[in-house]
Ligand binder design. Sequence first.
Ligand code: PSU
Ligand code: MN
Length: 314
Amino acid sequence: MDYFEISKEIKEAIGKGREGKPVVALESNLITHGLPFPENINTAFQMEKNIRDEGAIPATIAILNGKIKVGLSHDEIEKLAQFPNTIKASKRDLSALLTKEMNGGTTVALTMWIAHRCQIVFFATGGIGGVHSDFGGEDNMDISADLTELSRTPVAVLCSGPKAILDIPRTMEYLETMGVPVLGYKTKELPDFYSQSSHVKVDFPVKDAQEAAQIVWTHLHLKMGTGLVIANPIPTEFALSKKKVDHWIEQAQQSAQKENIKGKQLTPYLLNKIKEFSEGRSLKANIELLKHNATVTAQIALAYQEILLSGPHK
Ligand code: PSU
Ligand code: MN
């Protein structure tokens, strides 16, 4: 039983190996649970376009009618955005979703796993999951499966850091323990999703797409086994003030506590509340960083393809 349905274009590109165009994976939990309608569709299309404009091929990944779809058509993206009862699909949900022929928007964890099975090396998103803060002093044990996946699946995930709602220092500790490199794309400090810096240092700043691609190549060549995080700050003109964001996050967390929101509902709930408290400003920032991350990931994927063709050079 083959559960994978890979688009013709992507199959061809992968089949050609280093002679083919590079493929950039995109998650679909953003479409189903991360962004509201219709911004979810528009952003998904725009991310795909930005990747194509750089000369790479976008592969939006989702679970549709019990199949692992790699390379959704525009029609499928529109459908997915409007289906009721679509599951936020992490890795542990996969076997049940396939068996029950359901629909799922794939999180970073599951998208990474699928991308790797299809030999896709690069993946662009907004913010990875991480260690949630223990607001209210409660030890909630909420650690995103994204981190576990990064520790065992060799895919390079380009993002604007962990989402700002998380405990950034603890997330960084976890990634360190698990042996996951965190690179700063043209920055020495880990971005803070909506704002440019969390004031936490990254392991290594990288100066350009070539250097990032070279590190990814070396990491994969040595079969380190773990993924990599390439953290790219939101462009200055769209960045929000950290002070304001922290205030909205606090309000959102209080609201989550009052309504007893836990588990997989927590991240989408908090993002939506922050959007309300910020009167849409957080949504605008989220969309802009996503679009920018798509472009930069495609640039690094192209530089990586160059290395495959001509060999690594310094
Ligand atoms: N990036 C965004 N918005 C999102 C997400 C990422 O800009 O909504 C999603 C990703 O799919 C990520 C998930 O895997 O949030 C993390 O959820 P959790 O904290 O429940 O693991
Ligand atoms: Mn969680």
